[in-house]
Design a binder for this molecule. Structure first.
Ligand SMILES: *[C@@H]1O[C@H](CO)[C@@H](O)[C@H](O)[C@H]1NC(C)=O
Ligand SMILES: *[C@@H]1O[C@H](CO)[C@@H](O)[C@H](O)[C@H]1NC(C)=O
Ligand SMILES: *[C@@H]1O[C@H](CO)[C@@H](O)[C@H](O)[C@H]1NC(C)=O
Length: 439
């Protein structure tokens, strides 16, 4: 089976100047014991690598990844960043926070902006809870311009995916798509006519049932895929999204010159960083509300609790998911699903860091596998955490006001403490000095 990297944003060259040569993971290539968790970008690490997006199929063991918090029905009004935590702070307690972010979310006019300034790979918001079938809706507007992609997707840890993607050169259509276990079949794509995605808030819904998947826009059912129509004789299974998935909203730069040509072409060309569509120094997409209605677990599901979804088998199919009461909250960014208490107390005296590991995966999930090769996935170094596990300085930001129309070009950079150019980005990988594991 061919698995490709998650998105074009992975190929961001900026991140390749890394302090750590990251260890790759993928088919036939599981992570080693000391960096056991395979991130959604195909790199091995500890800490945040073992949380959302951790791929159990390519991690060191099935339990290297932390179990996925179960679905929670909710109506999220994204008027503040109170419920959003930067990925380099989140240790897995989904009972206290519903969203984690990479990049720079900003609050403006009672809604959340996903921003993308020059030199960054945009912003990703991902739910801490997973959904195993449900109706998920987002009220949003998209960004505009060549190479700029806005996305609202569902993505599972084994890369089942359901997408709404909006390319910045086509503000009339939403592109709907789905993938099974990361196998890229572009012919699944269908354009759904919306009207104007930039100026008008529309409600986009993914109605995902075990047997049927619907893309709904403004209450209009625009597309249906039936599981029964997705049988794949080669792989001997349904190529139908069937594993617990996170909700992801993102704005990402498909049109970076360092990306593959196919990706850049798909997105309408190379990004213009002096575009009329930028405000305050960044491109932006707006999300005002996300609603989640969880459906009951599928009939026949292995139910042994209600708190988390766990994979029990490398097949990564629907029947290998078990609902359990196992909950894992990491004690530090050195911890993993196998060793959740690692780094719980502060550094032992005299501990000498002897090894560096990556603790926060980089890159950005834009969704829409666009033919990247996993080996081009990014990894980089932004900040050096101390041995006590302190994370990088980059944060989800303090909600500075976005001055629509008022800002000068480039003002955006001043809004980005610790998140300026490539080197300081929260999207980059945080490097921690690992002393504890080897004592
Ligand atoms: C069926 O699965 C194989 C192996 O994963 C994949 O290469 C192929 O593209 C799939 N076929 C279709 C029609 O989706
Ligand atoms: C969808 O629209 C885009 C841009 O307008 C176009 O390039 C693409 O070929 C369309 N896809 C399909 C399946 O028609
Ligand atoms: C998994 O999918 C199969 C079809 O491939 C279906 O028959 C079965 O009921 C499903 N099981 C669960 C637990 O969803």
């Amino acid at each position: 089976m061919v698995r490709r990297a998650l998105s074009a944003a992975l190929a961001v060259a900026a991140f390749s100047a890394t302090a750590l040569a990251s260890i790759k993971c993928g088919p036939g290539n599981n992570c080693p014991a000391d960096t056991p968790c395979c991130s959604q970008y195909g790199d091995c690490g500890v800490g945040a690598f073992c949380l959302g997006g951790c791929d159990p199929l390519f991690s060191h063991k099935m339990d290297s990844c932390v179990p996925n918090p179960t679905c929670k029905s909710a109506d999220y009004k994204l008027k503040t960043l109170d419920d959003v935590m930067s990925i380099d702070k989140y240790l897995g307690d989904a009972s206290t926070i519903n969203w984690q972010s990479q990049g720079k979310p900003v609050i403006y006019n009672d809604a959340l902006l996903l921003t993308m300034a020059e030199g960054t790979v945009g912003t990703l918001l991902a739910s801490t809870h997973y959904v195993w079938y449900g109706k998920i809706c987002a009220k949003m507007t998209t960004s505009q311009g060549r190479g700029v992609v806005t996305a609202f997707i569902m993505m599972s840890d084994v890369k089942d995916e359901i997408d709404f993607e909006f390319i910045g050169v086509d503000i009339v259509n939403a592109q709907s798509n789905y993938y099974s276990q990361g196998v890229t079949v572009y012919t699944n794509e269908k354009n759904l006519t919306v009207g104007n995605t930039v100026e008008k808030v529309h409600e986009y819904c993914i109605d995902w049932k075990p047997d049927e998947l619907h893309w709904i826009i403004d209450n209009k059912d625009m597309r249906t895929v039936k599981r029964s129509d997705t049988w794949n004789k080669t792989s001997n299974r349904f190529d139908y999204p069937q594993t617990p998935a996170r909700i992801m909203l993102s704005l990402w730069p498909a049109g970076l010159p360092s990306n593959e040509k196919g990706t850049i072409d798909w997105a309408g060309g190379v990004i213009d960083w002096n575009s009329q569509y930028m405000q305050n120094g960044y491109y932006y997409a707006m999300v005002s509300e996300v609603t989640v209605e969880c459906y009951d677990p599928p009939s026949g599901a292995q139910v042994n609790g209600k708190k988390s979804y766990k994979y029990t088998d490398k097949a990564g199919t629907n029947n290998t998911i078990k609902i359990t009461d196992d909950e894992v909250i990491l004690s530090s960014f050195y911890a993993t699903g196998e060793n959740p208490k690692e780094g719980a107390s502060s550094v032992s005296s005299g501990a000498k860091p002897t090894k560096s590991v990556e603790t926060v995966p980089g890159g950005l999930s834009g969704g829409g596998n666009r033919g990247e090769d996993a080996s081009s996935a990014v990894s980089g170094a932004a900040a050096t955490a101390t041995a006590s596990g302190a994370a990088a300085s980059a944060s989800a930001g303090g909600g500075q006001n976005f001055e629509q129309g008022g800002g000068n070009k480039g003002a955006g950079t001043s809004l980005e403490p610790g998140l300026g150019k490539m080197s300081g980005s929260a999207l980059a990988v945080v490097v921690a000095v690992l002393g504890l594991l080897v004592l």
